[in-house]
Structures are given as C-alpha cells and as structure tokens.
Design a protein around this ligand. Structure first.
Ligand SMILES: Cc1ncc(COP(=O)(O)O)c(C=O)c1O
Length: 420
C-alpha cells in the first residue's frame, strides 16, 4: 500500500530528541547564544559563562583575525571564486593554503575541503573500492560513519580504543582483503570530540609492523591544539609518519569553516580529481582561504604556543578539580571534559535550567540517544580564552549541583517539562 512520505513523518514517532523538540527549541536545543564569541556571551537575555564552543585557541574573536576576515570580505565579498575548483573556483591562494598545510603536517601535499563533514565523507568514499575492507573505531564521528556507510565492500568495527579487539579485527580484515584482492583502510580520530578521549593513533600505527593497512585519522579536534607545534594528535603521540592520510576540519581551533586532507602527492592528486564533494560543489570562498592563512600564521608562532599552553592549563585544572570533587569524567584527557551524571530527561533539563538561570553557566547537554539511557553528560569545552577564575567558579557550581542532585532536588518530572 502506498504511504505518503510527509504523512508518515508527521504521524510517526519523532524520536527520542524529537518528541520534546517543540518545548526544547531555543533553550535545550537550538539555544541562541548572542554577543561577541567567547567565554562570556548572552543566552536568553542573561550573561553566561560559556563552555560550549570548540574555539580551543580563542581565535574566533582574536582582533587580528577579525581584522583580516573583514578586510578580505570587503575586498572579495562572499562569492569569489565561483564554481568548483575543477572548473572556475581555483586560485593561487587556494594553492598557497594547501602548501601551508602540507608543510605544517610534513606531508607531500594537501587538498582543501569546503566543509569538513562533506570532505571527510567523500575522502572515505574515494579512497576505498568494493574489494577493500574498512576497519573503524566504534565511536567514530557521524561524517566518518556516513562515508563508511557508502562503502560497498566489507566494514569491520572495533571497540572504541580497545587495542586487543583492534588486533583481532585487523587480522580478520587483512584475511578478507587478501581473499578479495583489496586492501585495508583503518579509520580513527585524533581526539574524540564528545568525550575528550585521545584516539590510540600511535598504537594503531605501530600495528603496521605486523599487518598491512593504511591509516586515516580525522583530527578535527586535535589540529592546531595537540602536539608541541599544534600539528595535531599525530605530533602529540610522535607518530606523524605512521598516519597515511591526515584530515583536519577548521570548525574548531581554526574558528572557521572548511578542512583539508594531507598525504602523499599521488593520493592527494587522485583526490583532487575524484573527491565528489569538491568536484561537484563550490570551492572554499576567498574570505575563508585568506582568513585561514591568517589563522595558520598565529597557530605556527610563539603566540600559538602560548595559546596551546593556556588551553591545556585550563583543561588540566578543570579536569583535576572535577576528579577531586568525585565526578566521573570518563576517559577525558584532551580539551573536552564530559561530566557524567546519572539521570533521565527530568534531571537533565532541571540541572541545565539551574546551571543557566541561577549559576549562569552555559554548557552543552548530551542525552540519549547520543549516549546510553539513564545518563546525562554536561560537556565542558576549555579554551585559551577562559580564566582560572572561570574554572574555580564552575567547579564550585557543579559541587553544589551534585549535592542537590544527591538530595533529590532535581527529581520533579513536572518542573522538568516547564521551559521558559
Ligand atoms: C570529529 C569531527 N569530524 C568532522 C567534523 C565536521 O567538520 P565541519 O564542521 O567542518 O563540517 C566535526 C564537527 O564539526 C567533528 O567533530
């Protein structure tokens, strides 16, 4: 029987988050943060201490960066260049930025993406054929999973950061690839953005001595921040040569839009001619190209070193404080600290409301289905723009919230549903 698509969607289940969407809109989901980008912004008319931006190095509101962005926009507008790189959207400045990334990552070449997400989906798709086997970490980001979903060959998942399981999976994958006449692409992340866990990049790369495979990492959260010079997680873990395909997105430390993939010249040139999300889409506009060149000047300078250190100091202090106060922060190591709290939607909404209205702290809330039912995560993202005062204030607020939670103060289901 024919079933109209719109009718099915309108009458069907809206899903675990969608069922609360109308009440939650503008507050718990799609909140409106206004004012200058940074740790102090306005939410719902009140000034909040903001821990929800991945602007790790604080470049989003950096005066020189803002000046360059404005000057380039005034000169070129938002459109130039028009068309895809392949046909009419290519410039020498795109080439210059690619060279900067290739040199920075110590790879032969690099290719720009106009969006991290699409670029990553397409890279996974373009690199693998039906005879190849993909092996990937179970907590990989949605864009990697979308790329993997498009893969017509075999795909094997290993338990998140579990190297014993990885070895069993890679053995199976290599055997299968051997039977198929294909190869193996291993995919993981540098820093897992939801949990702050570091990917086991060096340990995986070391397995190359035992098994044949190529390693791709999505270092969206590590680029610019991790490693002595900000080259990313592979620099931090001293395994830059072990990563065959290094990918970064600009939405985090670069406080911008776009991304790049870096690797051997032959592979990057192949991607230039085969990456569907770039061949069939408009190229990165000049405002982002020159804006990103400016950001790279700062990232690759003593100021970049100082900003990395500041972000690390803030991260270390807040993680130490949460641990000392008896909070569960999971496997957090890098710049994201998830505060795990037992509870359902009732507790999540009331704690968030208390945090925002009374303590004036804004952080993202993660609930089921992103994480298992019965858990809530309050996600604290440290940046170089935060201060130790912000850290201490937040730790004290969370200690009070913990005491209230334990005293059952957030258990009222009715109050939970009242959202101003
Ligand atoms: C790990 C990871 N990869 C890729 C992306 C997508 O990048 P973009 O926002 O540039 O599309 C994100 C989120 O922004 C991410 O967290």
């Amino acid at each position: 029987m024919y079933s109209d698509i719109f009718t099915r969607i309108e009458k069907g289940s809206a899903g675990p988050i969608g069922q609360y969407f109308d009440q939650a809109f503008g507050y718990y989901v799609y909140p409106r943060l206004e004012g200058e980008l940074g740790p102090h912004m306005t939410f719902n008319g009140i000034q909040v201490l903001n821990w929800s931006l991945n602007d790790y190095l604080g470049l989003g509101n950096h005066p020189e960066v803002r000046k360059t962005d404005a000057e380039v926009a005034a000169k070129y507008g938002l459109a130039y260049p028009m068309g895809s790189r392949m046909l009419s959207g290519h410039t020498r400045e795109h080439e210059r930025l690619e060279k900067i990334f290739a040199d920075f990552e110590k790879k032969e070449d690099a290719f720009l993406f106009n969006f991290g997400y699409q670029g990553i989906v397409s890279t996974v798709d373009a690199l693998t054929g039906r005879h190849d086997v993909i092996v990937y970490d179970s907590e990989s980001h949605a864009c990697l999973l979308d790329g993997i979903r498009m893969h017509l060959g075999e795909k094997y998942k290993f338990r998140h950061n579990d190297m014993e399981h990885f070895e069993r999976v890679i053995q199976r994958a290599v055997k299968k690839a051997d039977e198929n006449g294909g190869g193996v692409l291993v995919i993981t992340e540098g820093v897992f953005g939801m949990t702050g866990a570091m990917g086991k990049v060096a340990e995986i790369a070391a397995f190359k001595e035992k098994y044949p495979f190529r390693l791709l990492i999505d270092d969206a959260h590590g680029f610019g921040l991790m490693g002595k010079h900000g080259r990313g997680t592979s620099e931090e873990q001293n395994c830059m040569d072990g990563v065959d395909v290094y990918i970064a997105a600009f939405a985090k430390s670069m406080a911008s839009i776009g991304g790049f993939v870096a690797g051997p010249k032959s592979i990057i040139n192949y991607l230039r001619a085969n990456l569907r999300s770039q061949m069939y889409a408009k190229s990165l506009p000049m405002v982002y190209v020159q804006g990103n060149i400016k950001r790279m000047e700062i990232i690759d300078s003593p100021e970049g070193d100082a900003r990395r250190k500041k972000c690390k100091d803030i991260t270390d202090a807040i993680q130490k404080g949460f641990l000392e106060a008896g909070f569960d922060i999971g496997e957090a190591e890098a710049c994201v600290t998830p505060i795990h709290i037992k509870g359902g939607v009732a507790q999540a909404t009331q704690i968030a409301k208390d945090l925002r209205e009374n303590y004036r702290i804004f952080c993202s809330i993660v609930v089921y289905p992103v994480i298992p039912q019965g858990m809530i995560i309050f996600r604290i993202v440290s940046t170089a723009a935060h201060s130790m005062e912000d850290v201490n204030y937040t730790l004290n607020a969370f200690k009070e919230i913990k005491a209230k939670l334990e005293a059952g103060k957030y258990d009222d289901e009715i109050a939970a549903m009242t959202i101003e």
